[in-house]
Design a protein around this ligand. Structure first.
Ligand SMILES: Nc1ncnc2c1ncn2[C@@H]1O[C@H](COP(=O)(O)OP(=O)(O)OP(=O)(O)O)[C@@H](O)[C@H]1O
Ligand SMILES: [Mg+2]
Length: 316
């Protein structure tokens, strides 16, 4: 068997559900040892893609190889070598953390699994004797990650590992994932949180309506697609919008006292400020930022990553 340089190779993958191309002719590779994030809003095709790679769903067309093996032909060889945290993971309510881990290690015929080591890795040592149903959402997800690691997989798939968690629990899951990244595991992550992709991923593929519309490192994605600055003017009156419009800019109102405009250069900012002064417009403070991945996504697709996304349309 050829030892592939890439952990995952996807070529012209399509999945059709009736008339709907849920995944529409996508191609990408995932290098061994990298964290690859598929970033996209609800219904973009993330789970469909990831579950085809995991051998769970069948592609309509295209080829997918995992560790050099065709996912439609080598299912039994592939499954023991991967770990999976499914979207919306759940486990046995009344079974404790340690019992759950023991059960899953038996499923994989792995008598020698260091269960305590895994429980420690996901920071659940204090909860080893706690029943699943008594864990908070973040702890449940961390148990799910430990289960995904029980067979010491070469590639770990995590489908929206932090969706629905509060910010603190999300950060705790990120800490666990950063630990895995340090160990050099190949991780395939799906998410609609751009901070998650920006923090964890070496490569981000942005997926929208079944198509990959951009793919690169987070820094490069911002560099290539975010060649503008976001200028926020705070504590302004109506005159400020009028001045910006007159200059051919498209001011967006973020709240009743703030507007933002996209500008190309620092010179544009100086010009706006001068024009505002000439017009006698009020201004209390201001802020200039480079766009983040969320704003790049909005610019590329015109849609938000998730409801209530920070920097939504109004904040452009
Ligand atoms: N088994 C199925 N049968 C029919 N349609 C499906 C099936 N699975 C997914 N779809 C549709 O395919 C599209 C992509 O779904 P998918 O679950 O892959 O998206 P997703 O990016 O994972 O979304 P989410 O962020 O909500 O999890 C959606 O329109 C969905 O309704
Ligand atoms: Mg999904």
């Amino acid at each position: 068997m050829k030892e592939a340089e890439h952990a995952i190779e996807v070529e012209n993958l399509t999945k059709q559900y009736g008339d709907l191309p849920a995944v529409n002719d996508i191609s990408f590779n995932v290098r061994k040892g990298e964290v690859f994030a598929l970033l996209g809003p609800n219904g973009a095709g993330k789970t469909t893609t990831v579950e085809i790679i995991e051998t769970i769903r069948r592609p309509s067309s295209g080829t997918v190889c995992l560790l050099g093996m065709d996912v439609t032909k080598k299912k039994s060889d592939i499954v023991p070598r991967i770990g999976v945290l499914p979207q919306g993971f759940s486990s046995f309510d009344r079974i404790t953390v340690r019992e759950t881990m023991q059960y899953y290690s038996r499923l994989f015929h792995r008598g020698s699994v260091d269960i305590d080591g895994l429980i420690e890795l996901v920071q659940l040592k204090d909860k080893a004797k706690e029943q699943y149903m008594r864990l908070s959402g973040g702890l449940k997800q961390r148990l799910g990650i430990a289960i995904a690691l029980v067979n010491d997989p070469e590639v770990v798939f995590l489908d929206e590992p932090t969706t629905g968690l509060d910010p603190r629990a999300r950060h705790e899951v990120w800490e666990v994932l950063l630990g895995l990244k340090k160990e050099g595991k190949t991780i395939f992550l799906t998410t609609h949180y751009m901070e998650e992709a920006e923090l964890l991923a070496d490569t981000v593929a942005i997926i929208s309506k079944g198509k990959i519309i951009a793919m690169d490192s987070p820094v490069q994605l911002i560099e290539k697609n975010g060649d503008y600055l976001i200028f926020t003017l705070q504590g302004v009156d109506e005159k400020a919008s009028a001045v910006a419009e007159k200059m051919g800019l498209e001011p967006q109102r973020t709240n009743h006292r703030n507007i933002t405009v996209r500008v190309k250069h620092m010179d544009d900012i100086r010009n706006i400020l001068n024009a505002m002064e000439d017009a006698g417009a009020s201004l209390i403070s201001m802020d200039v930022r480079k766009p983040n991945l969320e704003q790049v996504f909005l610019k590329l697709t015109g849609e938000a990553l998730h409801e209530g996304a920070s920097g939504g349309k109004g904040a452009q």
